[in-house]
Design a protein around this ligand. Structure first.
Ligand code: BDP
Length: 712
């Protein structure tokens, strides 16, 4: 009997151990699993006790709780809470809070209000680790830095890590609707359950806050940029306040998207003219009411006169008139206006890629000092690859923040593995030449006092938050790049993988190489060589380069690729729309010449003959076909790589990723086949030698319908 019980117990232990258990991804990168004995001992020795100030404020309480949770998860034992300093203690506090830290005379002057210092030190002869900063929030960030080292199995001796964010606003934009649907969301419903708020606040929101704080995100816009006025009514302000209360200890402020016409819809005013004193008074009163409920409210995000949204131009006023009126209402409370430059108008025949620049460039220097203009990374719309938005080089007297899409509306949506670190880093590293060579987008956005970066969130009610484990990496990478726009996406991927799957180099080597090619793969199988916006109508799922009959010209893929029997691509040189002239002269000259335009942007800037010789020696037609095939091959490669990890990854996350990669491969082939079938018909030429005919004719691909595709 005793032997039987022993066997059953042993079986239970095996099943309950991390390796055997299927995981659901809920823990994200805050995954604190038992380390091997030696690593656990090393961590325990450096976290034997936590020393905190006598009356810690909420961020410090959160910091200590997180350290405790991490150490307990990794080593099996909690650090002691003590007031006396012992060897292996971790001290948390500002110099003003903890005299022993003050005595160390660390120089914190370069850390600002959010930076941190993690330093190994000797106190009373004891080796300790000090986490200090100029603010409680800085200490919370410092704790996460120490936890990352623990998760990655890095040495904890001789630490001297100082870091401070380069941007002030590091924000997630949630395109979440009040009915809990998420525009362009592929991970379930909104995590904000507006219906039960404020009485019930899902504990999950605390975990959301932990995850964001761990990567330095300090703001969340709760509702869709296509906003409903109802978000500004008293009941919804109370709901937002309940969320704000949970986010506050983690240094995250709440922001709201506003609907420009709210004074009419809610206030019964006859117009929403920004120069009408009654309208300005309405917004002042609204701001006052919001701040009464949410004292640290961040401010407003505004989509105005864009895609049918109302705005100041309805009253023949400019974007600056509109932004400055709102800014005046928020100013007494310290709030900001994030005014989006994503504008294009149906009655404007100009190249869509030029319209934002045309509207905003003349307003440079006209915005109030608490307005920041939010500019999408590229001039069109979150495509797999776009040249950087020309506004980044054109508004030296205006605060600018880039907006990236973390959710993959145009990148295969939930199921395609596409690591966006390289996409973001490509924009941030692009040279605008605005103040001479080296004026990268990162440099442009880091200047001045009001700085920031926004990412359209990919988060929803799915158990794993983002619909797939690898989608979580895009949330992580966004946070890291908002903290430091010059950070290396490869290093970010490695840190993410180590924290997400465990710091086993055999895993990290494979995941990071998959991630490194994944973005190029999606460009290749969807929109190679500078093509853009070839996705199906409305839901943007799957290929539809043939669509030509939608109401607005720029809604049609044919508008973007302009393929005909002679060639393909959008002529944005002087013989075409001359969008190149929106870039600084050295760059404009380079892009105006087909010989000096990088292949990756070729068809974005030029209409090119099918027989044009590429540098590779291929004709354009051959190169295009080869890129489509390469994209498919790259996905097949990623799939094979992933299979190699089966013995090292829990079944839950392994299987879901494997299934998604199979979908991605099938869909990559679909993109290749549908695109080549179409372009070959338009170009009136057969596929290049060596290419098998697509399995179906063009009519088959054109007839595919997906009425229930998510995210609309
Ligand atoms: C487009 C999306 C649309 C958004 C819009 C925006 O398809 O759902 O409302 O961007 O950024 O890409 O406002």
């Amino acid at each position: 009997m005793r032997r039987l019980i022993g066997a059953v117990l042993a079986m239970c232990l095996l099943l309950c151990s991390g390796a055997a258990q299927a995981e659901d991804g809920y823990d994200l990168w805050l995954r604190y699993r038992p380390a091997n004995a030696a690593a656990a001992r090393a961590i325990a020795a450096h976290a034997r006790a936590l020393v905190l100030p006598a009356h810690p404020a909420p961020p410090l309480v959160a910091a200590a709780a997180e350290l405790d949770r991490a150490v307990r998860g990794i080593t099996g034992a909690s650090p002691r809470r003590t007031a006396t300093i012992i060897a292996g203690a971790v001290l948390l506090g500002t110099p003003a809070q903890v005299p022993a830290i003050a005595d160390l005379h660390f120089d914190l002057s370069a850390l600002g209000q959010e930076g941190y210092l993690v330093r190994s030190a000797k106190l009373d002869g004891h080796a300790v680790t000090v986490i200090t900063a100029n603010s409680d929030l800085g200490i919370l960030y410092g704790c996460f830095a120490l936890i990352e080292r623990m998760q990655l199995g890095r040495p904890l001796d001789a630490l001297d890590i100082a870091a401070a964010p380069k941007l002030k606003l590091r924000l997630l934009d949630h395109w979440d609707n009040l009915d809990r649907s998420v525009e362009r969301g592929y991970a379930g419903q909104s995590i904000w359950d507006w219906w039960t708020l404020p009485d019930y606040v899902d504990p999950r929101i605390t975990d959301y806050a932990r995850a964001n704080a761990s990567i330095g995100i300090n703001g969340a816009v709760l509702n869709n940029v296509n906003a409903k006025a109802a978000s500004l009514t008293a009941p919804y302000i109370a709901k937002a306040a309940a969320v704000a209360n949970v986010l506050r200890p983690y240094g995250i402020r709440v922001y709201l998207s506003i609907r420009w016409s709210a004074p009419i819809e809610l206030g019964g005013l006859k117009d929403a003219d920004p120069l009408d004193p009654g309208v300005a008074a309405w917004w002042r009163a609204k701001a006052d009411a919001i701040y009464a409920a949410i004292p640290d409210f961040g401010g407003f995000l505004v989509k105005a006169n864009s895609e049918g949204q109302p705005g100041p131009q309805d009253y023949h006023r400019s974007h600056a008139d509109g932004a400055n009126m709102l800014a005046a209402a928020l100013k007494p409370h310290g709030g900001v206006v994030m005014w989006r430059a994503f504008v294009y108008a149906q009655d404007n025949p100009e190249d869509r890629a030029k319209q934002a620049y045309d509207e905003f460039k003349p307003l440079d220097g006209h915005f109030a000092d608490n307005v920041i203009v939010q500019v999408k990374n590229g001039a069109i719309d979150f495509q797999p690859r776009e040249p950087f938005h020309p506004l980044f080089g054109a508004m030296p007297r205006t605060a600018l923040m880039p907006e990236f899409q973390i959710t993959k509306e145009y990148l295969g949506q939930a199921t395609h593995l596409v690591y966006l670190g390289p996409l973001m880093a490509e924009t941030l590293g692009s040279d605008t030449f605005a103040q001479g060579p080296g004026t990268t987008v990162a440099r442009v956005i880091e200047r001045g006092t009001l700085t920031g970066m926004a990412g359209v969130a990919n988060i929803g009610s799915d158990r794993d938050w983002a619909a797939s484990t690898f989608n979580q990496a895009n949330w992580f990478a966004f946070g890291r790049l908002a903290w430091d726009p010059q950070a290396d996406p490869g290093a970010i991927a490695a840190a993410w993988s180590g924290r997400t799957f465990g710091a086993d180099p055999r895993i990290t080597r494979v995941t990071t190489s998959m991630m490194a090619i994944s973005r190029e793969a999606v460009v290749n199988y969807m929109t190679p060589l500078g093509l853009a916006h070839l996705m199906a109508t409305d839901h943007h799922y799957g290929p539809a380069p043939w669509v030509h009959d939608l109401a607005r010209p720029e809604w049609n893929p044919v508008y973007y690729h302009r393929a005909d029997a002679a060639g393909i691509g959008f002529d944005r040189t002087a013989t075409g729309s001359n969008a190149v002239a929106q870039y600084a002269p050295p760059l404009a000259r380079r892009l105006a010449d087909i010989a000096t335009t990088p292949d990756a942007e070729l068809l974005w800037f030029h209409h090119v003959g099918w027989d044009h010789r590429m540098a590779s020696g291929q004709t354009l037609w051959e190169a295009l076909a080869a890129h489509y095939q390469l994209g498919v091959d790259q996905v097949a490669h990623m799939r094979r790589d992933w299979q190699r990890l089966q013995p090292l990854i829990d079944a839950g996350r392994f299987d879901k990723t494997a299934a998604f990669l199979a979908i991605q491969q099938r869909e990559a082939e679909w993109w290749r086949d549908a695109s080549l079938a179409y372009f070959s018909a338009v170009a009136k030429r057969p596929l290049p030698p060596g290419f098998a005919a697509p399995p179906h004719d063009l009519a088959y691909y054109e007839a595919l319908r997906f009425d229930y595709a998510p995210g609309r």
